[in-house]
Design a protein around this ligand. Structure first.
Ligand code: ADP
Length: 409
């Protein structure tokens, strides 16, 4: 570390030149923190995918033993977790039996059996995020109603029960129709350019939204523990695949017009406070072409848009999640490097045993870090890993990211 900066201790001269703004990422402290942290503590984790895998890596540093419940014998966590119980996190009895073994339960996926989690809470298990919040978030219609009730800016919407119902809202077109449950990574989202596309609408409970004229999509990852201590990372810009609606790469910190980031941070704080939320929350935003900041959706766990925090911030989203779940003090969330994050996706047309192309070339570039999720089978657009690119300027990072071409075939 070089000479210290009086307004932000810990920021070196060279880091100041990065033009990073530490005030955009910070923790606020309210109340007394728990003294109960005992290294060696076990946490039960529902889901054993890549987010769980990176939670396991962070848990090791803190002396936390993560035990995973996942039906897949070959899941990303299998070789890393302290224990792996093979079973469905959607099944009431399986979740109940698993959860009774731990003082704390958390999730890396929201599609879990929340009835079992509610029973565990009644038996004294600390379940974070809270089961009610998982219920709210896994249903997009409930999420949208929450934003409306809490005065949180979001796109105009109505709730529909059948596909044909969209015809009752001609002034919503062009519209985006989203199935209320079970959608992720763009599955469960369809653009309806005009009412003639009614046959593509979802014939199940869904949300019909006016199509937003998006300037930029960005997200903020925020954490809150049971004592009300909040910390957030700087905003991250997301770039999506034009047809599959899947995140293609992200750039951090986001380059946003003045005031936008502060407004979004305020909204993210408002959401976690309003909900009395505990855990890590990813808040996805649209900046509209007219300059409005709207919440698109929230996710109650570490998020694809926070993977760069492992290499570009002073703590990672995974560590923050664990700290929040255990009621521990927040870590330093400030940024030390510019970063880009590229998903390694299964190539279109490839299915079967995964073979990677471009990895050695990527490894030969300075500041380029592949993360592989240990999935043996690939399929088109499956998230197989990611590459984080770090550097001292946004331009440098974007230039290097253009040179990274890793695919799973
Ligand atoms: P998922 O939960 O599958 O990620 P989202 O609700 O985030 O689904 O939608 C996926 C993508 O679809 C968004 O990132 C955005 O690009 C686009 N999208 C969603 N809602 C709207 C909207 N109201 N207007 C314009 N584009 C939208």
């Amino acid at each position: 570390m070089g000479k210290l900066n009086s307004t932000h201790p810990g920021l070196s001269e060279s880091e100041k030149k990065l033009n990073l703004n530490p005030s955009k990422a910070q923790a606020t402290f309210v109340g007394n923190l728990s003294n109960a942290y005992k290294p060696g503590i076990s946490i039960g984790l529902l889901g054993g995918g890549q987010l769980g895998m990176m939670l396991c890596q962070a848990a090791i540093d803190l002396g936390i033993a993560l035990h995973v419940l996942d039906p897949d014998q070959d899941c990303s966590c299998h070789h890393l977790a302290h224990g792996h119980t093979i079973g469905s996190f959607k099944d009431y009895q399986t979740v109940l039996n698993f959860g009774r073994r731990f003082s704390h339960i958390t999730v890396e996926i929201e599609a879990v059996n929340t009835d079992a989690l509610k029973q565990l809470v009644s038996e004294g298990v600390q379940v974070y995020p809270k089961p009610d919040h998982l219920d709210l978030i896994k249903d997009k219609s409930q999420q949208k109603q929450f934003y409306k009730q809490a005065g949180i800016p979001t796109s105009d919407f109505v709730l529909t029960q059948t596909g044909a119902e969209v015809l009752a809202y001609p002034d919503f077109f062009p519209a985006v129709h989203k199935s209320a449950t079970d959608g992720y990574d763009g599955r469960g989202v369809v653009l309806l350019a005009d009412p003639s596309k009614v046959n593509q609408a979802f014939d199940c409970p869904a949300v019909l939204e006016k199509k937003v004229d998006i300037q930029t999509e960005f997200s903020i990852i925020i954490s809150r523990n049971e004592y009300g201590q909040i910390a957030h990372f700087e905003a991250v810009e997301q770039v999506f695949h034009p047809t599959k609606h899947i995140l293609q790469y992200l750039v951090a910190p986001a380059s946003l017009p003045p005031g936008v980031s502060d407004e979004a941070i305020k909204i993210a704080h408002q959401i976690v406070d309003e909900l009395d939320y505990v855990g890590l929350l990813a808040v996805e935003f649209f900046l509209t072409k007219a300059g409005e900041v709207l919440v698109n959706e929230i996710a109650p766990r570490p998020h694809n848009s926070g993977h760069h925090t492992i290499r570009a911030c002073r703590s990672s989203q995974f560590e923050q999640h664990l700290r929040a779940v255990l009621g521990l003090p927040s870590a330093d969330t400030s940024t030390h490097s510019h970063a880009a994050m590229l998903n390694i996706l299964g190539a279109e047309g490839s299915e079967g045993k995964a073979q990677y192309t471009g990895l050695t070339d990527a490894l030969s570039l300075p500041g380029v870090y592949p993360f592989l999720y240990g999935k043996s089978l690939t399929r088109p657009f499956r998230k197989m890993g990611h590459v984080t690119v770090v550097g001292t300027t946004r331009e440098e990072v974007l230039k290097k990211a253009e040179m990274v071409m890793v695919e799973a075939r």
